[in-house]
Design a protein around this ligand. Sequence first.
Ligand SMILES: [Mg+2]
Length: 425
Amino acid sequence: MSIILHLDFNSFFASVEQQANPFLRNKAIAVGGKSGGAGTGSTGGRAPLLARTVVTTASREAKALGIKTAMGSMEAMRILPSLIMIQGDPQKYSEITKRFLNIMRRYSDAVEQFSTDEAFADITQAAGDYFGATALALQIKEDIARECGPYCTVSIGIAPNKLIAKLAGESRKPDGLTVVPPADVINFIDSQPFSAFCGIGSKTEEKLTELGISDVKSLRRAPLSLLRSHFKNQGDWLYLAARGAGDDQVSDKVEDPKSIGHSYTFPYDLELEAELKTNLLALSDKVAFRMRRDNFYATQVSAFVRHARFPGVAGPSSAGAGVGAQHKIKDGISDGLEIYKNAWEIINKIRDKEMPIRLLGVSVSGLIKSPLPSRLFKKDQKTHRALEALDEIQNKFGSDSWRRAATLKTVFLERASGWHYDHEI
Ligand SMILES: [Mg+2]
């Protein structure tokens, strides 16, 4: 049986900022979407953009005072006027990501990055048993404190599979270490609410409640046939999860992308909301196609806009500041329309409505490889079959062979570079 370790940074972006700048330590700070443009720090009259950003991470001090992820920065400042809002610095964070992945690779050949600040490692060999695993986890924590800085604390969970390891890690924050050996798995999961499970989102929980299933114990009593009839293939997953069973394959394959994204710089400025929407939908469909082709579903959607600095003047020199933000989605998605809905919600919140838009970007991350070919978490089999048929056409004839009618007029002329979320596989 495998021993799986899950590691997750606490208040990642905020901790990295506090590590980098002593002035921010022990203070309520929140990191907002990155503002692009030439320099960092000074936004040169673009301050109103920051007012529209969303809190991506709050420091533990800010969390304690009611600041939450995904809160609009205006709302956050209203709740806590002393809150220090800072713009995110993706380069800084990706450096720390590199460092912690390197640390984990010292102890395991199989390290799987799950998001910017989260990864799994198969430590069966290195640890030997759960006692050894505990010692190894403490060693990793020490390495991280030394090489990433003591302000970057992590929560670690150790269990026989990825589902339980993540659940364990998240049960104690910050700086937690939770070990759940096989004999303790059932007791442990019975103490956890549905909302703590990665893979049980609010929609699934609602449906379970409707069926009179309100906790893990009662889920375990539900027959497989009932779960299958209400949740399709997710029913199998729920049945197994209630028994503490889950995937223990830690995939270190580099070809698995951390995120899938598309962004485009338009040859002219987009001013109409309808135009923004159709282009965003087209981008979302492109992302979704690649996800389904490779059997991924996503638990995070990110969206990004760059405003035109000089309306009507094309070319990169006229590109103004950019803003981006993320949405977490607990029920994994792989449908372009779902991706679009989340992306639009983000864009509409963060964009400067008075400014035309030059670049749009959508990306998904928190990717989970579906154990069943792209069917998991599909609520609507009819939609699914239609998508499958369309994917087939796309596989055969290339990615421009079909489009939603709404996006027919959309023409992408240039693929923008320089957006760090965007990479093709
Ligand atoms: Mg984290």
